[in-house]
Design a protein around this ligand. Structure first.
Ligand SMILES: Nc1ncnc2c1ncn2[C@@H]1O[C@H](COP(=O)(O)OP(=O)(O)O)[C@@H](O)[C@H]1O
Ligand SMILES: [Mg+2]
Length: 249
């Protein structure tokens, strides 16, 4: 589903502050694979997600999503395949618009087929139904401005509205880092469920070793723009939580 072939990304080339953020990276992520990425700050995790999303273009190498070459494609031309949640709950939604209007915007952006967008009850009911499944009681607040909600509530809603029908890839960059433990759990469980329900290829970056341990069916560790460990489903399930701590020892 996602393929990176010998991808390089250098920032500030030729300057004193040149950084090889991604150095000859090869990565294949299968359909329905849930890949967890861990690694020290500055190891290139976010740059890797940016390269998949198209918000950063590679210096060399090639990138494919669902067998389409997207190497030079800007982010808005691949966004129909990609749902993305950032660390900052303020990213990704419009604070002054209601929950419902934010869902409407997201649907328009994804040009979701078969979704009737507009001021009609069918769309409203679909949104309410999705939101009710979070178990946060937000289905009764869909006319409330997004900006009045807590970080956890916003993050859970961002996740829901970004996964649309055509979506194939879910990118999560430390989605729970700014959240209280209870909201973090709702967000992670929702992400896991959406990944399964929609059969998404999912990439989760996290510093939370418990989440790294509990979620996903593959785990890689990055250092200096490279993959230094790669454990498949079997190897990951044989992993103990302490082994993960040792990775950072
Ligand atoms: N837009 C940018 N301009 C210059 N340097 C950048 C940019 N984005 C990332 N970097 C640098 O690339 C390296 C990898 O960063 P990043 O991918 O954000 O790491 P991580 O997410 O693992 O903390 C770091 O040294 C960072 O400072
Ligand atoms: Mg990062």
């Amino acid at each position: 589903m996602i393929d990176l072939k010998n991808v390089h990304k250098t920032f500030n080339r030729g300057k004193a502050n040149q950084v090889d953020a991604i150095s000859g990276l090869d990565l294949h992520v299968n359909d329905q694979e849930f890949l967890v990425i861990v690694g020290a700050n500055g190891s290139g995790k976010t740059t890797l997600l940016n390269l998949v999303a198209g918000s950063v273009l590679p210096g060399s190498g090639s990138i494919y999503i669902d067998e389409n070459e997207v190497t030079r494609l800007p982010d808005y031309r691949r966004s129909r395949w990609i749902a993305r949640v950032f660390q900052n709950p303020l990213s990704g939604t419009a604070p002054d618009l209601s929950i419902l209007d934010n869902f409407r915007l997201a649907a328009i952006r994804a040009k979701a087929k078969g979704l009737s967008i507009g001021v009609n009850d069918q769309f409203k009911n679909q949104v309410k139904q999705k939101i009710a499944a979070l178990g946060m009681g937000l289905e009764n607040k869909i006319d409330q401005p997004m900006g009045t909600l807590s970080g956890g509530q916003r993050q859970a809603l961002t996740l829901l509205m970004s996964v649309m029908d055509n979506c194939k890839v879910l990118l999560l960059d430390e989605p729970t880092a700014a959240l209280d433990p209870r909201s973090a759990e709702v967000v992670m469980r929702t992400a896991d469920k959406l990944a399964k329900d929609f059969g998404l290829a999912t990439i989760l970056i996290t510093h939370n070793l418990k989440d790294a341990f509990n979620y996903g069916n593959r785990i890689i560790q990055m250092a200096e723009g490279k993959i230094i460990k790669d454990l498949d489903k079997q190897e990951k399930s044989a992993l103990k939580q302490n082994d993960l701590f040792d990775w950072f020892g």
